[in-house]
Design a protein around this ligand. Structure first.
Ligand code: SF4
Ligand code: SF4
Length: 310
């Protein structure tokens, strides 16, 4: 069960940094899950809830890219079984969790149809609200990349009893505000389906390249606490190498761990997929930005081409 109280703004320790990040650098799924946890943090802060009075997210997931986000220090997934299980397991969890726990369920567009009975229970549940996320990568990646059954989420979600909200996964700050509001609505027993369109940065980056669109890269200014520290380490390694062993590996990894991105963890723009989540990540010293086209502008390649007149 998720227990760490102040995440996602704590870069916990070196073990967290060293643990392999399971998703691709610009994976939209990880950006949405950051927004979910950050939304809960903002909800508690806005209501000045502390200690035992705070609410917490319980996250029940299908298997799939969107949910390979681990039980570990990134602390996203609390329960994961198989495709088609996330939403119904979430309904079971609602029966046993405390009133301070908000159950958020997740599936992919591939697993959406397997979850149909779960959706029906969730939409008809008179005791609890529902927030169910569909990570829409237009693909069934877990079983080799087949095209899933076509789904009109707006029509089907509404017919099931949900309000359907689409979001751009890379608008991390806007999405955190959205989830803060949705948590209030969940407690009011509203039923919401959130469709995160365009989460597979690998497919979208390939498509962009194919039409000659060069995506941008993140930029860290000299104010970045970690860059400053790395420079200081360089100096120490030249001038006082005996002190190196006493130094930590990093000073700040908030953006890299929060967005679970190797490019940020390694301070290496060459590893950046150009997803654009860095545009909105609230770096505490304002050191993080992004230059160039990105999926934060649009997850639709034709729209990006028009915007950047390629
Ligand atoms: S560095 Fe930022 S923009 Fe680049 S892939 Fe990572 S999260 Fe996305
Ligand atoms: S850009 Fe900001 S959040 Fe990221 S490592 Fe530097 S100081 Fe920390």
């Amino acid at each position: 069960m998720a227990t760490a109280p102040n995440l996602p703004f704590q870069a916990q320790d070196e073990i967290t940094y060293m643990r392999p990040v399971s998703n691709c650098a610009g994976c939209g799924d990880t950006k949405v899950s950051w927004s979910v946890l950050e939304g809960m943090r903002r909800f508690n802060r806005a209501k000045e809830l502390k200690g035992k009075n705070r609410y917490e997210v319980i996250y029940a997931a299908d298997r799939g890219c969107g949910n390979l986000q681990g039980y570990h220090s990134y602390r996203i997934v609390d329960a994961i079984f198989c495709m088609g299980s996330g939403v119904i397991v979430g309904e079971g969890l609602k029966e046993s969790c405390s009133e301070k726990q908000v159950v958020i369920t997740a599936s992919g567009d591939g697993g959406y149809n397997f979850n149909m009975s779960g959706f029906k229970f969730a939409a008809k549940n008179k005791k609890s609200g529902a927030i169910t996320i569909v990570y829409n990568n237009y693909n069934i990646r877990m079983t080799g990349g087949q095209i899933p059954l076509e789904v009109d989420f707006d029509k089907e979600g509404a017919a099931l009893g949900f309000e359907v909200i689409h979001l751009n996964p890379y608008h991390v700050d806007d999405n955190a505000e959205l989830f803060k509001e949705l948590i209030s609505r969940y407690l009011n027993k509203d039923k919401i389906m959130v469709v995160a369109d365009g989460v597979c940065v690998v497919d979208m980056a390939k498509d962009s390249k194919g039409v000659g669109l060069n995506l941008g890269r993140f930029v860290k200014s000299d104010e970045c606490v970690d860059l400053k520290f790395q420079q200081e380490k360089e100096r120490i390694s030249q001038e006082e190498p005996e002190k190196l062993k006493d130094l930590p590996r990093f000073k700040c990894r908030l953006c890299g761990i929060g967005l679970r991105c190797h490019a940020l963890l390694n301070n290496d723009p060459n590893l950046c997929f150009g997803c654009g989540a860095c545009k909105q990540f609230p770096c505490p010293v304002g050191a993080l930005s992004f230059e160039g086209p990105s999926f934060a502008d649009s997850t639709k390649i034709p729209e990006l081409l028009t915007m950047y007149r390629v």
